[in-house]
Design a protein around this ligand. Structure first.
Ligand code: BTN
Length: 332
């Protein structure tokens, strides 16, 4: 006997093939080896999951619209990646996708495993901040990367993720995404996404990285009323229209796989021009908190390894590798 999930998958496949036309209950029942009542019960469950399925006493069932959920059945058939997201772990609700990905990593999950949730109850940001993860509004995603990287260069993987998202925001949605070094994604002065990278390493190389990304997608201004450290925005606010999260997730994963392959085979310096082009801080006076230190200066450029060169008024320069930009002059 097939599992409820595979029965749902088959019913949806048959309904989708008909592209909005009716499929008779008898045909569905015959193909799936179920009674017509059995089909009806499965349709009821699919409806409760958000699939809009119309029924007609004589004609049968037709699929009117898909839910904008990040269900494996809606993501995997469309996703054209070789390794990223092929092992896809989906949760309607979870504490933190990063925590789950870390547990999967410890249990031996493969490179490219993705954990995705509709809602997080303990979403985590950098520096132990909370990441508000309201149901079905954002993308809450963690990715497990097992390619060994020199420990001191592991942070470059975070930039690759940030750049992939910025390129998707610009290319697909026409939004001027930018990176606020090191791991915030901005549209104008407002934060639309954040990245949290966690890793396990031996002395020289990473064993694995878990990179979590949160993207505000369909939040309204009220949803983002805060208080937040930085003003926040969402794709829907910036576009004036809701965005299909399913499409965004698929496009992002495909873009990221290609960028990560290039990064791993050709090195980080391949992305230096992108990093400078899409930086939200270069040329501006910024304040960086790094540990207990506060540094102020002009963000001049990046080194080929990705460190930020900060220029001081006395003409000296300093390479900064880690920190939190707390102020960008002229913005927030
Ligand atoms: C930040 O801006 O401080 C980083 C935010 C990272 C949030 C994401 S949402 C998915 C993943 N799971 C978490 O608990 N956090 C990251």
């Amino acid at each position: 006997m097939s599992s409820p999930a595979s029965t749902h998958r088959l019913i949806l496949k048959m309904l989708k093939e008909k592209q909005g036309a009716y499929v008779s209950g008898a045909l569905l029942a015959g193909r799936l080896g179920l009674t017509r009542t059995g089909i009806w019960k499965n349709i009821r469950t699919l409806r409760s999951m958000g699939y809009d399925i119309q029924s007609h006493p004589k004609e049968g069932y037709r699929l009117v619209s898909l839910p904008d959920l990040l269900l494996p059945d809606e993501i995997l058939p469309e996703l054209k990646t070789a390794w990223l997201g092929r092992s896809y772990h989906y949760f309607p609700q979870i504490g933190s996708t990063n925590d789950h990905a870390l547990a999967l990593a410890a249990a031996g999950a493969p490179h490219g495993s993705a954990v995705c949730a509709e809602e997080q109850t303990s979403g985590r940001g950098r520096l132990r901040r909370e990441w508000i993860s309201s149901p079905r509004l954002g993308i809450y995603l963690s990715i497990l990367l097992r390619t060994p990287l020199p420990v001191q260069e592991a942070f470059q993987a975070t930039y690759i993720l940030a750049l992939s998202l910025v390129k998707v925001l610009r290319g697909k949605y026409g939004l001027p995404g930018a990176i606020k070094w090191p791991n915030d994604i901005l549209i104008g002065p407002r934060k639309v996404g954040g990245i949290l990278t966690e890793m396990q390493s031996d002395q020289d190389f990473t064993r694995f990285l878990v990179i979590g990304i949160g993207i505000n997608v369909n939040h309204t201004k009220e949803d983002l009323a805060g208080p937040f450290r930085y003003p926040a925005t969402s794709l829907a606010i910036e576009r004036g229209d809701p965005v299909a999260r399913r499409e965004l997730l698929i496009t992002f994963l495909e873009r990221l796989e290609s960028d990560y392959d290039t990064f791993y085979s050709r090195g980080f310096s391949t992305f230096l021009a992108d990093l400078e082009q899409f930086s939200g801080i270069l040329g501006k006076y910024i304040t960086i908190v790094s540990g207990k230190e506060e540094k102020r200066g002009k963000a001049l450029r990046f080194t080929p390894e990705g460190a930020l060169i900060l220029g001081r008024d006395d003409g000296t320069e300093e390479a900064v590798w880690v920190g939190d930009v707390t102020r960008v002059e002229g913005t927030f």
